[in-house]
Design a protein around this ligand. Structure first.
Ligand SMILES: [Zn+2]
Length: 453
């Protein structure tokens, strides 16, 4: 193994207990998206102790910090800086900046043994371990930073779970955020304008020996809020005077079901509506019924095509019953497309570090993540690593191998960065050249177009 990697791994191993205790501390104090104030403060304190540079608040509750002082690339708060950064990115020889990400937020799982009693928040998706791994990686790379031909940026990212939309829509109204997903918000803020590629890891459960999945793709989705508006009437005395919004909603669900045979297997379309308000009073014809849904699919084209069919089904059902209907589509997440070059480096390092590891490639995953939105812009990987038991998002989820959950991901990300940023960063520059970036304006336009209907 090359000497820089040995030095970085030694530094991580020396801080083993500290890294694990950060992970455990966060596991015991879960916070929901855009409310991760204590977790965020903890991260900032650790970063300051590590001597990270230019630590700035981003994405409402997140942080961005650099391994080395920033030189020519600048954060793009002003138009002038943004133009400079854009010109630099177009120059194939410009310095490389790699982001290492960790997600701050928990999910809701009230029966989890470490769930927050008031909010039901619990780290049942392993994001606490991501933060520990990101910090571990920062420790490893700090030990070799002078030998790196490029910079590394660390990002504590908020609100990956797409939940509590009421709270988030209030944050939106109050001008704190534009997007519900943390990385989406950070894209819009320009946080990734100076980043060339990004790495993170995710937990994986119930493997009997060390297991890593690389290069998996996930679905993207459009979020939907649907309101059927009919007319109240006495349900027994004069139902003929009413217009039943619940009938329109159930008919819409049936019409959506009738579309399913037209969804292609390869598109992994998932439509799963729920009724969140079914009426007001049992003896009154329902005049307002509210339905929520996601329309998920494996590609942007398939998301769009399926959403058109779903909207047609909803409008057709509404027309049949004579209600009015409001459909509000919101930006969900884009499908995750992982970068094969980065995936290969990561799995080669895994094979070097863990002789008994099993690596699987290209497994489909029908969940969604805001790392998908980032993968639309720049090369991204989010390999999953075992070390956890129970089910994701469930009360039995926990760490069952501290080494795999907290330390191995830190080591593998550090080793991958060393591959990318040595020898004049030749590998990183090649990846950047072969996967040209899209700009945040293209991203914002894409969502605007998708939601136009
Ligand atoms: Zn997760």
């Amino acid at each position: 193994m090359n000497l820089l990697k040995i030095k970085a791994l030694d530094a991580i191993t020396k801080q083993r207990n500290g890294i694990i205790s950060i992970g455990e501390e966060i596991f015991r104090h879960p916070e929901l998206g855009y409310k991760e104030h204590n977790t965020s403060t903890l991260v900032k304190q650790v970063w300051e102790n590590l001597g990270l540079e230019n630590i700035t608040g981003v994405g409402f509750t997140g942080w961005k910090g650099y391994l080395k002082e920033k030189e020519s690339k600048t954060n793009t708060k002003t138009d002038k800086n943004y133009e400079d950064a854009k010109n630099l990115k177009n120059n194939t020889n410009s310095p490389i900046t790699i982001a290492i990400m960790g997600e701050l937020d928990a999910v809701i799982s009230p029966k989890h043994p470490f769930a927050d009693k008031d909010t039901g928040a619990a780290h049942a998706c392993g994001h606490h371990a991501q933060i520990a791994a990101m910090i571990g990686c920062a420790i490893g790379l700090s030990a070799v930073k002078d030998a790196l031909d490029g910079n590394v940026c660390f990002l504590a990212t908020p609100a990956e779970e797409y939940i509590e939309l009421g709270y988030r829509s209030q944050l939106k109204k109050d001008g704190h955020i534009t997007y519900y997903g943390g990385k989406q918000q950070m894209i819009a803020e320009g946080v990734f304008d100076d980043i060339d590629m990004a790495l993170m890891v995710h937990s994986e459960t119930n493997q009997s020996s060390p297991h890593i999945s690389i290069n998996s793709h996930s679905t993207g989705f459009i979020g939907k809020n649907i309101r059927f508006l009919g007319k109240e009437a006495h349900a027994g005395g004069a139902p003929w005077d009413g217009v039943n919004a619940l009938n329109a909603a159930t008919l819409a669900i049936s019409a959506i079901h009738a579309q399913r045979e037209t969804f292609r297997d390869c598109d992994s379309v998932r439509v799963h509506p729920i009724i969140t308000k079914g009426g007001d009073l049992v003896n009154t014809v329902p005049s307002e019924v509210i339905m929520e849904s996601y329309v998920r699919a494996a590609s942007i084209e398939a998301m769009k095509a399926a959403n058109t069919k779903v909207n047609r089904a909803i409008k057709g059902a509404s027309y049949a019953i004579g209600t009015n209907v409001q459909i509000i589509d919101s930006a969900g997440y884009l499908p995750l497309m992982q970068n094969p070059g980065l995936s290969k480096l990561f799995s080669d390092n895994a094979a070097g570090l863990l002789p008994n590891v099993t690596v699987e490639e290209n497994l489909p995953f029908c969940g969604s993540t805001d790392a998908g939105d980032l993968s639309y812009l720049i090369p991204v990987i989010q390999p999953t690593i075992s070390g956890f038991s129970g089910d994701l998002h469930s009360c039995d989820f926990q760490v069952d191998d501290e080494e795999l959950a907290y330390l191995v991901p830190a080591k593998l990300m550090a080793m991958t960065v060393i591959d990318l940023l040595t020898n004049n960063a030749i590998i990183a520059k090649e990846i950047r050249k072969t996967s040209p970036r899209r700009e945040k304006e293209d991203y914002i336009l894409l969502w605007d177009t998708l939601l136009q209907e």
